[in-house]
Write a protein that binds this ligand. Structure first.
Ligand code: FAD
Ligand code: NAI
Length: 465
């Protein structure tokens, strides 16, 4: 065999798996069809979206909060071309970093589409059509996902766009219609709302970011309204039509009431689907189920030397989940016994304020019948939040009614994305709400809201409320 492990796909699942395999002493290769490494996350996902979120946030603050802070400037002007140029620089620094890590770890990188010839032989087809094959003992499939189109309105990439095009627009939309009020819709909707677009979100379900604790979506809706976004919940989109310079979206609510919206761009963000095209799974007898590659608890497919990780398998489509799975497979191949606690994979929405969540939602606890208690603490009661004028949001702690064990941490508020790590640590160590409430938290910090929410959950006695 040429290699001990070949990884197909270089997103956060694939490149992290490759690095861990190399660290463990395996001769490793990685195959990526695009010329840059890093997959969706680094090229058209996590990193570029956060770059634009940060730029648009600075712009928004310059126009909305600087004056109050005592900073006088003339009216700021948004330069989308420069924002996108800066974003491209951030992406380049990150993807170059992955190329460096591949070299450092002596991982062979092949550029081209990887496909199975048999379970130990992979063909690599370059853009110019040139083919070569390599042999390997084990394969890790990490081919990720692609945006899901509406069945009746495929992406035309001009007016009806996915997140990929929304990260590369040449002009600030006058009216951006967003279909799907999930993570992408709210993040990229915020970017454009902050820099001057009218943004309308049409969501099928009755809440924004509906997979998270219900209270978070409700608060996010208030925040979106403050930003000037219009939100239509409980609306089923029935038609989307590119009319040249405008796009027309038709939807109806549960009672059949019709809605017609006209905009210049329509971002369709209704989820992503696993990507396995061109892999040749049929050659080795792997059948996908709802597009996903079925795997067991060890991320092994139905073929004994082939594993699959990340967005192409079940579970949350998140970069850090893909990374953990890459490490798990590599360490298993080395005979170790790694473990992933899927209940404690945090979810974050990088709006401002940020939304972050780990563990069970109140809806899940209700459904499971487990007795629980709730502790809430609002940001507006926090000295730190007043100082920075970030008073929107709250921390919500869910704890077992009898044992006080923390079962869920749900935050919407400034810096929630970083704070949620404390929730993960607490829950990994099975802390009780009282444990956290008795630990000293630096003052003044946003984390004091977590301590206060734990006090509220434990004994209904927050200090500052
Ligand atoms: P991917 O990153 O999709 O990588 C798969 C790679 O495989 C791709 O490079 C693809 O070209 C390659 N490939 C596919 N088939 C082949 C083949 N046959 N041969 C060779 N190469 C192949 N997640 C977060 O956790 N945090 C965020 O903030 C976040 N923001 C996001 C923002 C946006 C706009 C989007 C779209 C996604 C975001 N995500 C975020 C989700 C995150 O990007 C994915 O969960 C993550 O990239 C999945 O990693 P992966 O390794 O499974 O697949
Ligand atoms: P999503 O699953 O977060 O949201 C899709 C939304 O569209 C849901 O609210 C759903 O109810 C709604 N929807 C579905 N069909 C619809 C229809 N026909 N009409 C109207 N609404 C409809 O998916 P999204 O935002 O596309 O993101 C894809 C994936 O990428 C997510 O799984 C997410 O985990 C990942 N991602 C993660 C980010 C992060 O971690 N910060 C950022 C962006 C994406």
């Amino acid at each position: 065999m040429d290699y001990k492990v070949v990884v197909i796909g270089s997103g956060p699942g694939g490149y992290v798996a490759a690095i861990r395999c190399a660290q463990l002493g395996f001769k490793t290769a990685i195959i990526e069809k695009y010329p840059t490494l890093g997959g969706t996350c680094l090229n058209v996902g996590c990193i570029p979206s956060k770059a634009l979120l940060d730029s648009s946030e600075h712009f928004y603050n310059a126009g909305h909060t600087f004056e109050e802070h005592g900073i006088e400037i003339s009216k700021p002007k948004a330069n989308l071309t420069q924002m996108i140029k800066r974003k491209a620089g951030v992406v380049k620094a990150n993807v170059d970093g992955i190329a460096f890590l591949m070299k450092k770890n002596k991982i062979d990188v092949f550029t081209g589409v990887g496909s199975f010839v048999d379970k130990h032989t992979i063909k690599i087809t370059a853009v110019d059509g040139k083919e070569r094959t390599i042999t390997t003992e084990k394969v890790i499939v990490a081919t990720g996902s692609k945006p899901t189109p509406l069945p009746f309105a495929p992406f035309d990439k001009k007016r009806i766009i996915s997140s990929t095009e929304a990260l590369e627009l040449k002009e600030i939309p006058k009216h951006l219609i967003v279909i799907g009020g999930g993570v992408i819709g709210m993040e990229l909707g915020s970017v454009y709302a902050r820099i001057g677009s009218k943004v309308t979100v049409v969501e099928f379900l009755e809440n924004l970011i509906p997979t998270m604790d219900g209270s978070l979506g409700k608060e996010l809706q208030k925040v979106a309204k403050k930003l000037g976004m219009d939100v239509y919940l409980g609306h089923k989109v029935t038609a989307v039509e590119n009319k040249g310079k405008e796009v027309v979206v038709k939807a109806e609510d549960k009672g059949g009431k019709q809605l017609e919206l006209k905009g210049d761009y329509c971002l369709v963000s209704i989820g992503r689907r696993p990507y396995t095209e061109g892999l040749g799974l049929e050659k080795i007898g792997i059948e996908t189920v709802k597009g996903q590659i079925p795997v067991d608890d060890h991320l092994k497919t139905s073929v004994d030397n082939i594993y699959a990780i990340g967005d192409v398998v079940r579970g949350a489509m998140l970069a850090h989940k893909a990374e953990e799975e890459g490490i798990l497979v590599a360490e298993q191949l080395a005979g170790q016994k790694p473990h992933i606690n899927y209940n404690l994979i945090p979810g974050v929405v990088y709006t401002w304020p940020e939304v972050a969540s780990v563990g069970q939602t109140e809806e899940q606890l209700k459904q499971s019948g487990r007795a629980y208690k709730v502790g809430n603490f609002p940001y507006k009661a926090l000295g730190r939040a007043r100082a920075s004028m970030d008073t929107d949001g709250f921390v919500k702690i869910l704890a077992d009614k009898n044992t006080d064990e923390i079962l869920g941490v749900h935050i919407i508020g400034a810096r929630a994305a970083d704070m949620i790590a404390a929730g993960v640590v607490a829950m990994e160590y099975r802390a009780s709400a009282e444990d956290i409430s008795r630990m000293s938290h630096a003052h003044p910090t946003y984390m004091e809201a977590v301590k206060e929410a734990c006090l509220a959950a434990t004994a209904n006695r927050p200090i500052h409320m």
